[in-house]
Every structure is written in structure tokens, then in C-alpha cells.
Design a protein around this ligand. Structure first.
Ligand code: UDP
Length: 312
């Protein structure tokens, strides 16, 4: 099989490249590295079944030969990144999705689009089920990402209904693991970097907001299973273990062995969701899937990765 992965140089995308290569696929990775990196490809760049194309997928792309699977993962995905690249984020979630759906239609490929828990916005329903339509501010600072992904979902369903493309949509909840960028601005790399440098951990707001963190190998397993089903509606993928940001800071501080790093409180960014927890009933039933790696294990592995990055 030949599998095209956009955003293959990113955090999740690079784990997908690795997994599909391990499954024996030929993998074509497309990335323009605005938030991904060449270093993420190092572990498998020399594999003869791996091809890299440097390209912004918001622009048309011609691929020679058959393609069996397309996974569209290109997009800035951390709040700080999409604040820095709002236009690119809107383009890759709209034009990029259109370009990749066009390739899927031409090649008769299976298609999977990386959507997000952000389609639920600051949710009024908790935990979030797939049939909840969300509470999104289109003109707020997160709107460029949230609305791009909501548009993506709409055009994916249109290509499924009108062109009969075999499409799949996942809604990814907070995911972490090796190859996250230390400076991507997300809570986990921020806290780990701060703890390892002995700096105070920055809590935005009062820290009572919640998130639910999924280790990357669990997410990748869910993606792999969904791609080969005939299910076309969105599926939440995430770990339902919910925690407040304040508790999360304490977990990371302890794990780092740092006794010195206290916490400091900073203003809460606009439209920051107060609660977030995936209802994964659909994924459990459909895929027989649930997360296997708990925070204790996943955080340890990720901390080891960041320790090496920082030469600790
Ligand atoms: N956050 C924080 N300190 C930081 C970075 C983030 O308290 O240094 C908070 C942020 O306000 C949010 C949560 O942690 O409530 C998760 O933020 P992240 O940027 O990781 O992603 P989000 O889940 O908001 O998309």
C-alpha cells in the first residue's frame, strides 16, 4: 500500500509515518515545516519505502502512481502556533483539505482527516460526545483553527456524500509524547521545560480548567483502526482521564524531581475551554479501542525525551 501523510514532519504526523512504515506501507510525507521539523523524520528518513516532499499542501500537488490512503494532518495545532500563523491555519484546513480530498477522489484512496476537540469550542456539554455541535467563537483568537477544522469536517462529508470518497474524521483531544516541540506553547512542553530548568510553572487563569491527556501511541492505534472501517462520521480519540491544570502542574513538578519550581499565575487566554473530556463510547464500540498508556508511564517517557533535548 502507498500512504500519503500531510504534516508528516509534525508531532503526530511523524509517529504516523513511523507506524505505517512498520506496517509495510510505502509512505509519502508532505510538509512545509512551518511547525514540523526535519529532525522528526530522522528515525526513518533512510527507509527505502519513505519519500519526503517539501510542499505547502494548501497549494495543488500532483502525485504520480496509485495512492491507497491519505491522512491529512498538516496544520499548526497548538494555540500559540495558530495565533502566530492564523492565515496558514485557515488555508490548510480549507484549501489543504480540498487539495487532499481531490487526490483521494482521483486515486480512489481511503481518506482520514485530523479534526479536533476544538470543534466543541468552550463546551456546554460534558464530557463531549460526537453529536454535540459545539460552542465556538468564530472571531476569537482560536477561531482560525476551530472554524478551519469545522469547515474541513463539512467538506470531507460533502466529498463522501457527493463523490462517495471513503472518508473518516477523527476529533483529537489533547495528545502528548515524544517529538512535541519544547517551544510549541502547549501546557505540557511548557511545564516540562520550566520544571527541568528550575523555573516556575506558568498557570493560566486559576488552573481549575480541565484537560484529558492521551499518549501518542494510543492515538496512532485508534487512527490506524478507524482508517480501515466503513464508518464516516466523526470519532473522538483521546484519553478520558481528566485532570485540572493545577493538578497537572503538580504531577509534572514531582516527576521532574524539581523542588524549587513553584507556580506563577498568568492571565487566561481568550476563549480557553473550561472543561474538556472525550466521551469515547463510539471508538470503544466501533474500534474496540481505548487508551492503554496512563499518564504515569506516558509522562515519564515524554520527560525523558525532553531531558535529552535539554541535555539534562
Ligand atoms: N496552560 C497553562 N500554562 C501554560 C500553557 C497552557 O496553564 O503554560 C493552560 C491553557 O490555558 C489551557 C490548558 O493549559 O487551559 C491547555 O492548554 P494547551 O495550550 O496545551 O492546549 P488547549 O487544550 O487549550 O488547546
Amino acid at each position: 500500500m502507498r500512504t500519503l501523510i500531510t504534516g508528516g514532519g509534525g508531532f503526530i504526523g511523524s509517529h504516523l509515518c513511523e507506524r505505517f512504515l512498520a506496517e509495510g506501507h510505502d509512505v509519502i510525507c508532505v510538509d512545509n515545516f512551518i511547525t514540523g521539523s526535519l529532525a522528526n523524520l530522522d528515525p526513518f528518513r533512510d527507509n527505502s519505502r519513505f519519500t519526503f516532499i517539501g510542499h505547502d499542501i494548501s497549494n495543488p500537488l500532483k502525485i504520480k502512481g496509485p495512492i491507497d490512503n491519505i491522512l491529512h494532518f498538516a496544520s499548526p495545532a497548538s494555540p500559540v502556533d495558530y495565533l502566530n500563523y492564523p492565515i496558514q491555519t485557515l488555508k490548510v484546513g480549507s484549501l489543504g483539505t480540498h487539495v487532499t480530498l481531490g487526490i483521494a477522489k482521483e486515486k480512489g484512496a481511503r481518506y482520514l482527516m485530523a479534526s479536533t476537540s476544538e470543534v466543541y469550542g468552550d463546551p456546554l456539554v460534558h464530557p463531549q460526545q460526537e453529536d454535540y455541535w459545539g460552542n465556538v467563537n468564530p472571531i476569537g483568537t482560536r477561531g482560525c483553527y476551530d472554524e478551519a477544522k469545522r469547515f474541513s469536517e463539512a467538506i470531507v462529508m460533502a466529498y463522501h456524500r457527493y463523490h462517495n470518497v471513503n472518508t473518516h474524521i477523527i476529533r483529537i483531544f489533547n495528545t502528548y509524547g515524544e517529538r512535541m516541540r519544547l517551544d510549541d506553547g502547549r501546557v505540557l512542553p511548557n511545564f516540562m521545560g520550566q520544571a527541568l530548568r528550575g523555573e516556575p510553572l506558568t498557570i493560566y487563569g486559576d488552573g481549575k480548567q480541565t484537560r484529558s491527556f492521551c499518549y501518542v501511541s494510543d492515538l496512532v492505534e485508534g487512527i490506524f483502526r478507524l482508517l480501515f472501517t466503513d464508518f464516516h462520521e466523526p470519532v473522538n480519540l483521546g484519553n478520558p482521564a481528566e485532570i485540572t491544570i493545577l493538578e497537572f502542574a503538580e504531577e509534572i513538578r514531582k516527576l521532574s524531581g524539581s523542588s524549587s519550581s513553584a507556580v506563577v499565575f498568568k492571565p487566561l487566554p481568550q476563549d480557553d475551554p473550561k472543561l474538556r473530556q472525550p466521551d469515547i463510547t463510539r471508538a470503544r464500540k466501533l474500534l474496540g479501542w481505548e487508551p492503554k498508556v496512563g499518564r504515569d508511564e506516558g509522562l515519564k517517557r515524554t520527560m525523558d525525551y525532553f531531558k535529552k533535548k535539554l541535555g539534562k
